[in-house]
Design a protein around this ligand. Structure first.
Ligand code: FEO
Length: 408
């Protein structure tokens, strides 16, 4: 197998006859046209070349078809490709499928029964298609590929492939991360890398978190936990002792387990009023030994909302400071609240502080929305402009209750 690294493309061996064909995307600014990713992202396809069959797993983002075909052609003749396994039809992985089909109409595409319909609707093609049942096996001379359905991680048609001969699990989005790792394999699940994994999880899979544990347990039962390599479609390949650690982390992400005495403080401040209040809040929480992650929306700073949602996923609690705008929450905070509700789905204590000029119209509305979504609003305080002594007193009392709720 060849090893190549050029113009953000890596082709390298993963295990025996399995190789990675990776694209390092440094130009997409907003993943899914939504999430800020200054750290970049990779698209990892994998290729298994056995004596009697050549099998590709996934591809790259739509728009990179020519790059993908060129990269693949540097390793095999595309006319020799027998199967393409489609783990998931979102176009950051299925983007080159139509081009592959046009190059080689004899390819058999393999996927969940729902995938065939998506091939028609997303790409207008009806290739040779083999719908695989949950647990179905494709045997080649030296390998058995077991396809395991993992519905709603994060689409209904998602599946993973387990190859017992190399103890490898190909997982597509699951165990993926933003960022562009220096090498194919991650050497350590550093805080920085875990941040990227958690951010990817919360942004992309968070809404479907209830399915994570169920599917993880299912995969571990079927594979008997005999996994030495996890090969995701974004970020680094994970191997050895890090596999167990990554699985534990994924449970932690799904369950929103608090880590590191972390509190996320997120706020908007148009003219500095909320900023002053939140500086006080941050100081008090830091003095109590909490680690505060701050996300600000001001005239000088605009926080990364993808980072915020990822960080909040495993926070002990969240403090929201919201300025009033056109009788509603400041638009960016309104957006943050919507995403917290959608991606975290409750389960965290929240301290809510709003600030208004001429009308106290936001607090009740936001509080009700958060509570309905399953968050525990420990206290909700509205301040009229500059906080008075009485306001600061109320905030200090609320902070005490917030602290109590988090340390119970
Ligand atoms: Fe990485 Fe759901 O696509």
């Amino acid at each position: 197998m060849s090893k190549e690294r050029s113009h953000g493309i890596i082709i390298d061996k993963v295990s025996r006859d399995l190789m990675i064909i990776r694209y390092d995307d440094t130009t997409t600014k907003y993943f899914e046209a939504l999430w800020e990713i200054p750290e970049g992202v990779t698209y990892n396809a994998y290729l298994l070349v056995d004596d009697d069959a050549t099998i590709l797993f996934d591809s790259w983002k739509k728009g990179l078809e020519n790059d993908f075909l060129n990269a693949l052609s540097s390793v095999i003749d595309i006319r020799d490709l027998d199967y393409v396994v489609i783990h998931h039809m979102e176009s950051d992985h299925s983007g080159s499928i139509k081009a592959l089909y046009e190059k080689n109409p004899d390819i058999t595409f393999i996927g969940h029964p729902m995938t065939n319909k998506l091939l028609r609707s997303l790409y207008g093609i009806s290739p040779r298609f083999r719908a695989v049942k949950d647990g179905e096996i494709l045997s080649t001379r030296n390998y058995q590929l077991m396809f395991i359905h993992v519905p709603w991680l994060h689409w209904p048609e998602t599946m993973v492939t387990y190859i017992p001969q190399i103890k490898t699990l190909l997982t597509c989005d699951v165990f993926g991360a933003y960022t562009i790792p220096k090498s194919v394999f991650i050497e350590d699940l550093s805080d920085e890398y875990v941040f990227s994994m958690r951010k990817y999880f919360a942004n992309i899979i968070g809404f479907y978190r209830d399915n994570v544990i169920k599917n993880l347990d299912k995969v571990l039962t079927i594979t008997k936990g005999d996994i030495e390599i996890i090969a995701p479609a974004h970020g680094a390949v994970i191997k050895g002792d890090l596999v167990r650690k990554a699985i534990d982390l994924y449970r932690e992400f799904a369950l929103k387990t608090p880590v590191n005495r972390k509190i996320v403080v997120a706020y908007s401040s148009m003219y500095g009023f909320v900023d002053g209040i939140m500086n006080h809040v941050t100081q008090v929480l830091s003095d109590w030994g909490f680690n505060v992650s701050s996300y600000r929306f001001t005239d000088k700073e605009r926080a990364g909302i993808g980072d915020l949602i990822g960080d909040a996923n495993n926070a002990l609690g969240i403090v929201l400071g919201i300025s009033t705008y056109d009788t509603e929450p400041f638009p960016l905070m309104d957006y943050v609240i919507n995403l917290l509700i959608k991606k975290l789905r409750g389960g965290k204590p929240i301290l809510l502080i709003t600030d208004y000029g001429w009308g106290d119209v936001v607090l009740k509305h936001v509080k009700a929305r958060l509570e309905k979504a399953g968050f525990t609003v420990i206290d909700a305080i509205s301040v009229n402009g500059v906080p008075t002594k009485d306001d600061l007193n109320k905030i200090d009392i609320a902070l005490q209750s917030f602290k109590q709720a988090m340390t119970q």
